[in-house]
Design a protein around this ligand. Structure first.
Ligand code: HEM
Length: 450
């Protein structure tokens, strides 16, 4: 890791090799985004790449990432990827900045407090049992589908509870996957393409409109309903900012709900899918996990109080998340500055890749090896500092990290207590580029343990 302050002369960032006129590095990014992002570390702690004519300074050194996300965070805005998400998210916390973002985050934070997570864990347990209830011993299931349905249901039930919202939950299941897929494309494509009347855009616009309309409808119903609820939507609608006394408008609540659904479904689903994949590939890890779950949970349903005692399951989760982390987030320099001896002009775009950091051999021993024991309390090189940032850091750090841990551990323990997972024969699982690179497919065969 480099020192954040640099004694030498200030220079421009080195440009990644292979830049073409007009296209810049767009072809490399298009063809092999993951390998290309990982290769950048060989060229410096800050490396410039051009997506067409759009220059991005990629931070490959964790000290620089820490400086931008935490130490000097007030000098940076959200950046282009987030700008492109704004038409869908409006002013949710995912896309906003500064005082407005701080106020919104303060108002939303209580919904993610540990006390509520315990309530949500009950719902997660039910959803996890629903997922496995359709499994038949020896019959193949698609873990990509299973984990997506589980994550969507967990988040939807956290946001809207009760029968009143049943149509909203169904609509989320129908529309959100279309919106998620479209958003990813929009984040990297030129804005001018959004309005082209092609089927892809029409499908996206229709799904986004349906999603917004149904959420608006539920918000209107919640406003008039008498009964007390404990879901996130009720919390947001009744939330009052302790510092300013402000409340949220129904539109603002809608934007936040969409932001959470977007940020909290594919991420958890993909992480859980990779965990199942790693268990299938590492029978000895699966055996140790089962032993722990048998001891802590026994045969009964997983309780929220079990989760902190599942130390090995926690290590499995941390290690899977290290290997399968989010690919790229952007920031924008609000003022001219120097970072590690590199000059960054005002308005310049920066990016960090948790994925590439977590696979850097200078930061992690045998980075390609799946080894949950590197997270043991007594492991000499346990990565506890800011080289491990699967949830980001600083003011935009994932607000749902505790929710995600509970959600994933609940599913993991529920599955491990009853099922042994084996990979379907003859299938090669590849990584497909996405917010978190996803398994191309993940057929697995669950075998009943009891
Ligand atoms: C394993 C699962 C997850 C991973 C790896 C993950 C990762 C991240 C990362 C890296 C960021 C920061 C992005 C940046 O630096 O710009 C973030 C932000 C965020 N995440 Fe997560 N996330 C996960 C699950 C969730 C869940 C379950 C929720 C909600 C229920 C959620 C809601 C959010 C929100 C709202 C933000 C924006 C926070 C802000 O800008 O203030 N995430 N997430």
């Amino acid at each position: 890791m480099a020192q954040a302050e640099h004694p030498g002369p200030v220079v421009d960032a080195p440009v990644a090799p292979g830049r073409l006129p007009v296209l810049g590095h767009a072809l490399q990014l298009w063809r092999q985004p993951i390998a290309f992002l990982e290769s950048l570390r060989d060229h410096g702690g800050i490396v410039r790449l051009d997506i067409g004519t759009w220059p991005v300074h990629v931070l490959t050194d964790p000290d620089h990432v820490h400086a931008v996300l935490v130490q000097q965070a007030q000098r940076f805005g959200r950046g282009r990827v987030f700008d492109r998400l704004r038409p869908m998210f409006g002013n949710g916390i995912v896309t906003t900045d500064g005082d407005f973002h701080r106020k919104q985050r303060r108002m939303m934070q209580p919904a993610f407090h540990r006390g509520h997570i315990t309530e949500y864990a009950e719902v997660m347990g039910r959803q996890a049992r629903a997922m496995t209830s359709t499994w038949v011993s020896g019959r193949e299931v698609s873990m990509v589908n299973e984990t997506r349905t589980y994550a969507l249901s967990s988040v939807a039930e956290m946001i809207f509870s009760g029968d009143l919202s049943r149509p909203a939950v169904e609509e989320v299941h129908r529309s959100l996957p279309i919106v998620l897929e479209g958003m990813l494309l929009r984040a990297v494509m030129p804005k001018s393409l959004d309005r082209l009347p092609v089927p892809h855009n029409r499908r996206f616009d229709a799904a986004a409109a349906r999603l917004r309309a149904i959420i608006d409808q539920v918000i209107a119903q919640y406003g008039t309903a008498e009964e007390g609820r404990h879901d996130l939507l009720s919390l947001l609608l009744s939330s009052v900012d302790a510092e300013t006394g402000a409340t949220m408008s129904p539109e603002q609540v809608r934007d936040e709900v969409i932001a959470i659904m977007f940020a909290g479904t594919e991420t958890s689903a993909t992480t859980l899918a990779w965990i199942f994949h790693e268990l299938g590939r590492h029978p000895e890890v699966q055996r140790r996990l089962q032993e722990e779950v048998d001891e802590v949970v026994g045969e009964g349903p997983v309780q929220a109080t079990d989760l902190s005692r599942l130390t090995y399951a926690n290590r499995v989760f941390q290690e899977a998340l290290r290997l399968h982390s989010p690919l790229l987030f952007t920031r924008r320099a609000l003022v001219p500055l120097t970072l590690g001896g590199i000059s960054i002009p005002a308005g310049a775009e920066l990016a960090y890749s948790p994925y590439a950091l977590h696979r850097d051999p200078a930061l992690f021993r045998d980075p390609a090896v799946f080894d949950p024991d590197r997270w043991r309390e007594d492991a000499a090189d346990r990565p506890t500092d800011h080289r491990y940032v699967p949830f980001g850091a600083g003011q935009h750090k994932c607000i749902g990290d505790t929710f995600a841990v509970a959600e994933i551990l609940t599913a993991l323990a529920t599955v491990a207590s009853r099922w042994e997972l084996t990979p379907a024969p003859g299938v090669t699982v590849r990584e497909v580029p996405a917010g978190i690179p996803q398994p191309s497919e993940l057929p697995m065969i669950p075998i009943a343990r009891r």
